[in-house]
Ligand binder design. Structure first.
Ligand code: SIN
Ligand code: CO
Length: 373
């Protein structure tokens, strides 16, 4: 299924992206759910899939974590089943993320899907990330408040909520409607009838995360062996003092490690191309020989990218699931990075080069691309 999003992107970015929440009425016309509640419930029974059940009763909140063995204990209202990274496990759902490629791939995260009977929701809260919440089947009332400093509390150890807030958006969402919420705006949604919601989530690394990841990279690659030095060590009033220019020298010693453009690009490509959720990796058994791959493509078979696989480019380098791939044929890498589905045409004549074909075979044999849908 090809989802067509009716949105003027330049205008949306100028007015709303990272700035204001907005409801995009009928963003998807004639919306058809890519998944049924039963299928979603089935996914939440699987070990590898990350899921939660959140329920509330008279103001008391409960959270349970999947995998779930049964749903028999659930009543007819006031609960919500939330499943993370469904795009990794369910290809038709992954299609719902594609219209959002108007925004860069590296900023997107995963597709979370929730199902809730009347009254179900996770309560008032805020998120650190941008999100597009697409209304599927059913109706849900969403409220969004102004971004003001808010105290957060935990009505349950696994649930972070905020106090009640005044709404700047209060809308009954219907199938195909989309609610965009930038980071930090409090929001809550309660189902009015059995309802499915799709959350296309984004990611934005924090300084803390980046420094921690870069430190790991520096250790693994033995960067930063240069030490602080002071051939003209300055005199001071008291030996206990560390002088401002020495602090500056220490900062410079650290910055010198970061200011190596090639290493920096490589680190960031490796870091940001890693997914935060498990991939549904199933390497083919037995592995393909390169010529078998060529033959299949020549017969018209297409290679599909594994759901959730992150393929990102910096200059001519491509990063796939945390690893850099280089090639003499940049158009081969560009094709991998651009398309969701690859046919022989997309590769031009790059596959005539045995080294490139072997590289492609390596990717298919890792389970990153597969034949069929
Ligand atoms: C949902 O309940 O479907 C979305 C949760 C959220 O507000 O992030
Ligand atoms: Co939220």
């Amino acid at each position: 299924m090809d989802y067509q999003l009716d949105l003027n992107w330049p205008e949306f970015i100028e007015r709303y992206w990272q700035k204001r929440p907005v409801v995009l009425k009928r963003g998807f016309k004639n919306f058809i759910d890519p998944i049924s509640p039963d299928e979603l419930a089935g996914l939440a029974m699987e070990n590898e899939v990350d899921s939660r059940l959140v329920s509330h009763n008279n103001g008391k909140w409960q959270v349970a974590h999947g995998p779930f063995e049964s749903y028999d204990h659930l009543g007819e209202s006031n609960w919500s089943l939330l499943v993370q990274a469904v795009n990794h496990w369910h290809e038709p759902s992954a299609a719902l993320m594609r219209p959002f490629r108007a925004l860069p791939d590296w900023r997107t995260d995963d597709l979370m899907i929730s199902f809730a009977p009347p009254g179900g929701g996770v309560g008032p809260h805020l998120d650190q990330y941008d999100v597009f919440i697409v209304q599927g089947t059913g109706r849900r009332r969403w409220r969004v408040g102004e971004k003001i400093p808010m105290k957060q509390h935990c009505p349950h150890p696994d649930l972070l909520q905020v106090e009640p807030f005044d709404a700047i958006i209060d809308e009954e969402m219907e199938p195909g409607d989309i609610l965009y919420i930038p980071p930090g705006f409090p929001h809550e949604g309660y189902s009015l009838e059995n309802a499915i919601n799709y959350s296309v989530g984004f990611r934005a690394p924090s300084g803390r995360e980046l420094i921690s990841s870069f430190a790991d990279y520096a250790l693994a690659n033995e960067l930063g062996s240069y030490r602080f030095s002071d051939p003209d060590v300055p005199a001071r009033d008291c030996p206990s003092q560390i002088l401002p220019q020495e602090i500056e020298g220490i900062r410079q010693t650290m910055l010198d490690v970061i200011q190596q453009p090639e290493q920096f690009d490589r680190w960031f490509g490796e870091f940001i191309s890693q997914t935060r959720h498990e991939l549904d990796l199933a390497p083919p058994e037995p592995p393909y020989q390169p010529d078998e791959i060529y033959d299949a493509l020549q017969q018209g078979d297409a290679l599909t990218r594994l759901g959730g696989l992150r393929v990102l480019t910096i200059g001519n380098a491509v990063y796939i699931n945390g690893e850099q791939l280089t090639s003499q044929r940049p158009e081969f890498l560009a094709a991998l990075a651009h398309h969701q589905e690859l046919t022989l045409e997309d590769f031009g004549d790059a596959l005539d080069d045995p080294a490139v074909l072997a590289q492609l075979a390596g990717l298919v044999n890792s389970g990153y691309w597969f034949f069929g849908e």
